[in-house]
Write a protein that binds this ligand. Structure first.
Ligand SMILES: C[S@@+](CC[C@H](N)C(=O)[O-])C[C@H]1O[C@@H](n2cnc3c(N)ncnc32)[C@H](O)[C@@H]1O
Length: 264
């Protein structure tokens, strides 16, 4: 990915749309607390400028391939998730939670089916958000995407129950409280909306104890057995499709409807 000094911040004119002003308030609200929130090794590393500059091209594919036990990069993650469910025809509101440097939001924004969508990425890391804005601007997607520093476990600016697609790639296992994160996803999703999640789960076919211990040390949770499905159920979501590549786990989640499924 090309490095650049161009910065694509939200516009600052008096005629700025209300949702942008609101999101800047979210940035401000979360900035003072973020140092306390970035506690795990993984989260501290995830704010490192040098690592972030190389993350999409070098770090992420190596890391994923190591645990997937097959070649795996961002595009493969996207294909695996999309293969589980095509999603709504013309999504209008799309969120990328724990967006990092924004590859996924850019990938979606470049697709014709998202041409009318509002695509917003949130991440705890100010350096990741800065790079995400720069790269979207370089790709000519600055007007189609927004990126904001925010803790997704705290209330977000988006209106509840109105998001068509929520993507959580490589991030749920780093969040301090995965149950709270899933509850946030359920709260933001519209009825009929879908969440695409790529995370880590124990590979049922291989003894992964050493890998799992290393991951835990770094601050990555590795879900075991039906743990993720149970956590989703307990937080208002229902598992759709799921697939594995080694310890790299892909699934879709939909909202349990208020009537009928909430108690199941
Ligand atoms: C491994 S990176 C993945 C980034 C990107 N989604 C990707 O697939 O490359 C995990 C990201 O989750 C972010 N993160 C962890 N906890 C978070 C939280 N509570 N709120 C927002 N972002 C969070 C980290 O800052 C980090 O950028």
């Amino acid at each position: 990915m090309t490095g650049t000094s161009t910065r694509a911040s939200p516009p600052t004119t008096a005629r700025e749309p209300e949702h942008l002003t609101r999101n800047r308030r979210v940035d401000a609200a979360h900035t003072p607390r973020r140092q306390n929130q970035m506690k795990s090794i993984a989260q501290i590393v995830q704010n490192n400028r040098r690592l972030l500059a190389a993350y999409e091209d070098k770090v992420q594919p190596r890391f994923l391939s190591r645990y997937a036990r097959e070649p795996m990069d961002a595009a493969a993650v996207y294909r695996k998730l999309r293969a589980l469910d095509p999603g709504p025809d013309a999504p209008a509101r799309v969120l990328d939670l724990g967006c990092g440097t924004g590859w996924l939001a850019r990938m979606l924004a470049a697709e014709p089916r998202y041409r009318r969508a509002n695509i917003v990425g949130y991440d705890l890391s100010p350096n990741a958000i800065r790079i995400a804005r720069e790269r979207a601007a370089v790709d000519g997607l600055g007007a189609r995407t927004e990126f904001h520093v925010a803790d997704v476990l705290a209330p977000l600016a988006g209106e509840p129950g109105r998001t068509d697609e929520i993507w959580v790639c490589g991030a749920l296992h780093q969040m301090k409280d995965a149950g709270a994160a899933l509850s946030r996803v359920a709260g933001l999703l519209a009825d009929g909306g879908i969440a695409y999640v790529q995370t880590f789960a124990e590979d049922p076919d291989v003894n992964e104890r050493v890998d799992m211990a290393v991951m835990a040390k770094m601050g990555h949770r590795v879900f075991r057995g039906s743990e993720l499905e149970d956590l989703a159920e307990a937080n208002g979501l229902k598992l759709g499709g799921a697939s594995h590549a080694g310890m790299v786990y892909f699934c879709t989640l939909t909202k349990k409807s208020a009537i009928g499924e909430a108690g199941k």
